[in-house]
Ligand binder design. Structure first.
Ligand code: MG
Length: 276
């Protein structure tokens, strides 16, 4: 019946208008994220898409403590030695450190050394007091080869866009599950990272690949990056991303770090040659 259909249409429009009015007070969206960002390369979602489903929550979880193996490069040990680190601009580290716990401050820190393929262990804790929401709560980040961010965020009962929550390959892939601990508790990332490879002409020959365990729970299984991670955009690979430092982000929230070490990954034959 035309009259019924038009009545339904009017109801649908009225509903949409009401939803729009509800969804947009103060210019905000009902769900955190964006609907005007570029489509991701696989064509499924936009960067930071507000409609992308939240990963299922896994509880309980517990951080994993792994002391550095004998062949590890210790970047942050039990003491207050920051000799492995500097600010991004080369100045001495201005973040505070006490008893082997480094707390984020103004500016990014980076390792003096640069790496390619690594195993990384790192422990972190977001502030005990859960202040702010979405990207404003306990935000920091672990940048592999300087430019590939594994997000650090308080994602315990703190909705944000799926590709920006804790352990996300920022702006690219959400973790398979949300394995976050409550704010203030220590958490761990165990990461295997393969740096991108480039041909002599500078063309990408193999993308960066990452495997991530968040609090012992697998959240990325050998997943490639589309390029360096970025906010609201898609950046292309460039040959300079073939190696780089480990960097930790300042996002205005005091996040603590401890027990950070890497093992530089090499093929067994190369390793054996080193010991001949
Ligand atoms: Mg971050």
């Amino acid at each position: 019946m035309p009259s019924t259909r038009s009545a339904l249409t009017v109801a649908a429009i009225a509903g949409a208008v009401a939803w729009g009015a509800l969804a947009l007070p103060f210019g905000q969206q009902a769900r955190p994220g964006y609907d005007d960002t570029p489509m991701q390369p696989d064509g499924k979602w936009r960067v930071h898409d507000s409609r992308r489903p939240q990963p299922p929550v896994v509880r309980p979880v517990s951080f994993v403590n792994i002391p550095p193996p004998g062949d590890a490069v210790v970047l942050l040990g039990p003491g207050d030695d920051l000799s492995a680190w500097q600010m991004d601009d080369g100045k001495p580290v201005s973040w505070s450190i006490s008893g082997g716990v480094l707390q984020s401050g103004k500016g990014y820190v980076r390792t003096r050394a640069e790496f390619t393929d690594i195993q990384l262990h790192l422990e972190f804790a977001t502030p005990s007091e859960a202040k702010g929401d979405s990207q404003g709560r306990g935000n920091s980040g672990v940048f592999l080869a300087g430019v590939f961010e594994i997000q650090v965020l308080d994602s315990f009962e703190n909705p944000t866009y799926a590709d920006g929550q804790a352990a996300a390959m920022y702006g690219q892939h959400p973790p398979q599950v949300n394995a976050s601990c409550p704010p203030g508790e220590w958490q761990s990332y165990d990461i295997a990272f393969t740096a991108p490879r480039f041909a002599a002409d500078g063309k990408l020959s193999a993308p960066a690949i990452v495997t991530v365990f968040h609090n012992g729970v697998l959240v990325h299984n050998a997943r490639p990056f589309w390029g360096p991670t970025a906010h609201k955009k898609i950046d292309p690979y460039v040959p300079s991303t073939a190696r780089g430092p480990l960097r930790l982000q300042d996002h205005g929230n005091p996040v603590r770090f401890r027990n950070i070490w890497v093992r530089e990954l090499r093929e067994p034959d190369e390793r054996a040659r080193d010991h001949e």
